[in-house]
Design a protein. Structure first.
Length: 413
């Protein structure tokens, strides 16, 4: 009878523990996920094949000879396109940033050697994600699951490094600062030295602004206490910040609600976009959805904000546009049955001067340029082998006259 009672109690506790995330439910769940991850990616972790960085093409497989289809036209033909991600030449470096000209030819590549930047993590276990380009041909880079931000020259050699859990995007503010993400917050760095000049923490500065007036917006992903003695606790990865873009001075007049230097923040797990004061943490504007698991919101010259709506789980990613202070949301482009476009995580976009949109389909390993009418102008599959593409984390257009003197060149090559 006693043993039977223990069995009943164990069953009841197991059900409640699973529902309320009590011990050992989180530990069991973590163990299951870890075992699945190891079984899928052991080749990657032993440096045999970069399986963590490979993806299947979206939609019907376009074939083994896939690559560049079409030719850059319109705005994207008036400059260069950078593409960051896994290097198909693993003997050169694990990650790479490529530079393509208006004909679609590769004219330069920056080898990204993570082990030149810090030695605590293996290159195959970090993801090149943030990428910012400078007129002198250098780049700033960050890595998901890594522990460094760095500026590298045209040969990939570090000009400076700064250790820390920097991740996702990097943006220049036009005033000598890099704005990026550091842990659960935003960091500003001097772009010439890498020195951290300012930080803003989501919990301490945003949620607790004005005595906690903004707490309800940020504390959605918390666990309710079971009794009076317990505290409200955040769930694992409660916010997942993935972009922080400063409002540059030359664009500030288009956004009367904001000031130059205010930061457009994306929190994936809250489906939240917010514009915050970098000094006080005050939210001047914010909105939950309709985007879902979004990335890469951008201030646009016409006073709107565009956003990469991953729409995770739907099979069709969208590019949306909203004007702060108004309710209407416009769809600029959407994946469809006729034109598959889907990245369930990651992804970037760039609205060009003629209204076309340069898209980074990260989880499909594809760059595509679509017109304002939704027509695919050109696309490039970043092929690894017959069945897989490389994960790419950003495609970026820069105009013909962007670089100071000439195209980046590595003198040692």
């Amino acid at each position: 009878m006693f043993v039977a009672s223990l069995g009943v109690i164990a069953v009841i506790y197991g059900a409640v523990a699973s529902e309320r995330n009590w011990f050992p439910a989180p530990q069991i769940s973590l163990a299951q996920r870890t075992m699945m991850d190891i079984s899928h990616n052991w080749k990657n972790d032993l440096a045999l094949e970069p399986t963590r960085h490979l993806v299947k093409p979206v939609g019907d497989n376009p074939g083994t000879d896939r690559g560049l289809e079409g030719k850059p036209s319109g705005a994207s033909s008036e400059g260069y396109v950078l593409v960051a991600g896994l290097n198909e030449d693993q003997d050169e470096s694990f990650h790479v940033v490529r530079l393509y000209d208006r004909e679609g030819n590769e004219v330069h590549r920056w080898p990204v050697h993570y082990d030149w930047l810090e030695d605590e993590h293996k290159p195959q276990n970090v993801m090149l994600h943030g990428m910012e380009v400078f007129e002198d041909g250098s780049l700033a880079v960050t890595f998901d699951a890594g522990n460094v931000i760095a500026r590298i020259d045209a040969c990939g050699k570090p000009m400076w490094t700064r250790k820390g859990s920097f991740h996702h995007s990097i943006n220049r503010d036009g005033d000598g600062q890099l704005v990026t993400l550091l842990g659960e917050g935003i960091a500003w760095l001097d772009e010439d030295t890498g020195e951290i000049t300012h930080k803003l923490d989501i919990v301490k500065d945003l949620a607790e602004y004005s005595g906690g007036d903004q707490r309800a917006t940020f504390d959605i992903r918390t666990r309710t206490p079971d009794n009076l003695d317990q505290e409200v606790r955040y769930l694992m990865d409660p916010f997942h910040p993935n972009d922080a873009e400063p409002l540059r001075a030359e664009m500030a007049d288009a956004f009367p609600m904001f000031d130059a230097g205010d930061v457009l923040l994306s929190l994936r797990e809250l489906n939240l976009l917010a514009v915050v004061d970098p000094q006080t943490g005050q939210m001047k504007w914010h909105r939950h959805g309709p985007w879902f698991k979004q990335h890469d919101p951008d201030f646009e010259p016409d006073g709107t904000i565009s956003v990469f709506d991953n729409a995770t789980g739907t099979g069709a990613t969208r590019i949306l546009s909203i004007r702060p202070g108004e309710e209407d949301v416009e769809t600029l482009f959407s994946g469809s049955e006729d034109q598959p476009f889907y990245s369930w995580r990651r992804g970037k976009h760039q609205v060009l001067e003629d209204g076309s949109i340069l898209l980074t389909e990260a989880e499909g390993g594809r760059v595509l340029d679509v017109s304002g009418d939704g027509e695919v102008l050109w696309q490039r599959h970043m092929k690894w082998d017959a069945e897989n593409n490389l994960i790419i984390t950003e495609a970026r257009f820069v105009p013909d006259d962007f670089f100071d003197k000439e195209l980046p060149r590595c003198s040692s090559s």
